[in-house]
Design a protein around this ligand. Structure first.
Ligand SMILES: Cc1cc2nc3c(=O)[nH]c(=O)nc-3n(C[C@H](O)[C@H](O)[C@H](O)COP(=O)(O)O)c2cc1C
Length: 176
C-alpha cells in the first residue's frame, strides 16, 4: 500500500507529528511518503493572486503526491478549533486546481491530539465531516486526549485502553 503521511502542524516539536510517527510504526510493510508541511508554505490564497499568477507549482506538487497514495494518514493539530493556517492555505490552493477532486477515492485515517482533554476533537469533527465532500473516505478517526499524560517518546501511547482503541482503528484501516 502507498501511504502519504503528514501532520498539519509546522511545529518542529509537533505532538501530532509524534503521534503520527508512532502510528506509522504499525505500517512498516507499506511504502510511506512522509510530507513536511513546512515545505508547502506558500503565498496566502487570494482570488486576485490566483487570476494573476495561477496556482503555485508547490500546490500542484502536493496534489500529485496525494494522487500517488492509496491511503492518507493525517495528524491534525487544532488551532482555535480549526486547521493550522499552513494546511488550510495549502488546502485552499489545491482545491482551486482546475477539475481537481482533492481527495478523490482516497482512504483516510485521521489522528489528532492536543495537550488538553479534548485532544483536538473540534478539528477532528470538522475534518471528518469535510473530507468526504472532497472525495475522501474516512476509514477511522483516533483522538488522543491529554498528550503529555498518555504518550511517551519511547513507548508511544501509554494508556492501555487508548492503546487498545488505536490498535482496533489501525486494524480497521488496514482492512480498508
Ligand atoms: C494559535 C494556537 C491555537 C490553539 N488552539 C487550540 C484549540 O483550539 N484547541 C486545542 O485543543 N488546542 C489549541 N492549541 C494548543 C495546541 O493543541 C497545542 O499547541 C498543540 O501542541 C498543537 O499541536 P502540534 O504540537 O502538533 O503543533 C492552540 C495552539 C496555538 C499555537
Amino acid at each position: 500500500m502507498n501511504i502519504i503521511a503528514f501532520s498539519t502542524s509546522g511545529s518542529s516539536v509537533s505532538i501530532n507529528k509524534q503521534l503520527l510517527d508512532y502510528v506509522l510504526t504499525y505500517f512498516a510493510e507499506d511504502q510511506i511518503d512522509i510530507v513536511n508541511i513546512n515545505d508547502y508554505e506558500i503565498t496566502l490564497y487570494n482570488y486576485d493572486k490566483e487570476v494573476q499568477d495561477g496556482i503555485p507549482p508547490l500546490a500542484v506538487e502536493f496534489q500529485e503526491r496525494i494522487n500517488k497514495a492509496d491511503l492518507i494518514i493525517m495528524g491534525l493539530a487544532e488551532h482555535n478549533g480549526g486547521f493550522p493556517v499552513i494546511f488550510k492555505n495549502l488546502f485552499d490552493w489545491i482545491s482551486r486546481i482546475p477539475k481537481n477532486i482533492v481527495l478523490a477515492n482516497k482512504n483516510i485515517f485521521l489522528l489528532s491530539t492536543s495537550p488538553g482533554p479534548r485532544g483536538g476533537a473540534t478539528v477532528m469533527g470538522m475534518a471528518s465531516q469535510l473530507f468526504p465532500y472532497y472525495g475522501g473516505k474516512v476509514l477511522a478517526t483516533y483522538t488522543l486526549p491529554s498528550f503529555d499524560q498518555n504518550f511517551s517518546s519511547d513507548k508511544g501511547v501509554t494508556n492501555e485502553s487508548l492503546l487498545a482503541e488505536l490498535k482496533e482503528k489501525i486494524d480497521l484501516v488496514k482492512a480498508g
